[in-house]
Design a protein around this ligand. Structure first.
Ligand code: PGA
Length: 249
């Protein structure tokens, strides 16, 4: 049976107390199930509370939304991968579109962050995806290949096998417009091909962008999909528990 990953990106929501209450409610509504993993990406201030709240459940894991690439030093306001790991992060989002487009992270920054995450023994979830203008110009695969090569080029197969990639078209994030499962599948297949042709024996490719209870059934039916990365629809414990338990055909 294929294992499915459901990743919740809380973005700038849910402080420590709220994270604890959310995860208590989630655990009660969503019992462990073979072949399903759920990863939570709370804001950094809630990492420790969230990690504590999932300690008893091997199917639940906590990750950090972003890190700076230096391990430590005089970088006011920044969080390093080893510090996030100390607070309980086992995974890290890298190159999320809001980092790239709101905070100006470049491909080079993304590559340095990805290397730092791997070096800290944390699992990177690399986010890639095109803007609407890039899609309309027919550049989707070129953009995704450029982002993959920039962030992952130079890694050996063993390290590549530790990276989960999330295809998140920028125009679908938080807009209520999602890629069709077939359109997403084409890009996910291209990502998998890129990873295997560079030596990765294991590949995990997610889709993200306006995933919700209304489209999860058809998304999960797409064979290229190994899971989803979800923002808005992960903020309510009850709705998220329902989404994670979506039956597959
Ligand atoms: P969304 O966000 O589900 O709210 O579109 C997805 C993401 O940014 O990872």
């Amino acid at each position: 049976m294929k294992s499915l990953l459901f990743a919740a990106n809380w973005k700038m929501h849910l402080g420590p107390g709220e994270a604890r209450a959310y995860l208590k409610a989630f655990r009660a509504r969503c019992p462990r199930r073979d072949g399903r993993e759920v990863w939570f990406f709370p804001p950094a201030v809630s990492l420790e509370a969230a990690a504590d709240a999932v300690r008893e459940r091997a199917d639940l894991l906590v990750g950090v939304q972003d890190v700076y690439w230096e391990p430590k030093g005089a970088y006011t306001g920044a969080i390093s991968a080893p510090l996030a790991a100390q607070a309980g992060a086992k995974a890290a989002l890298v190159g999320h579109s809001e980092r790239r487009h709101v905070f100006g992270d470049t491909d080079e920054d993304t590559q340095k962050k990805l290397g730092a995450v791997l070096a800290a023994g944390v699992t990177p979830v690399l986010c890639v995806g095109e803007t609407l203008a890039e899609r309309e110009a027919g550049h989707t695969l070129a953009v995704v290949h450029r982002q993959l090569a920039a962030a992952l080029g130079g890694l050996d197969g063993a390290k590549l096998g530790r990276v989960t990639v999330a295809y998140e078209p920028v125009w679908a994030i938080g807009t209520g417009r999602n890629a069709t499962p077939q359109d997403a599948g084409v890009v996910q297949r291209a990502i998998r091909t890129w990873l295997t042709s560079h030596g990765a024996a294991v590949t995990r490719v997610l889709y993200g962008g306006s995933v919700s209870l209304t489209n999860i059934v058809e998304l999960l039916a797409e064979p290229e999909l190994d899971g989803v990365l979800v923002g808005g629809a992960s903020l309510d414990a009850e709705g998220w528990a329902q989404l994670v338990q979506t039956p597959t055909g």
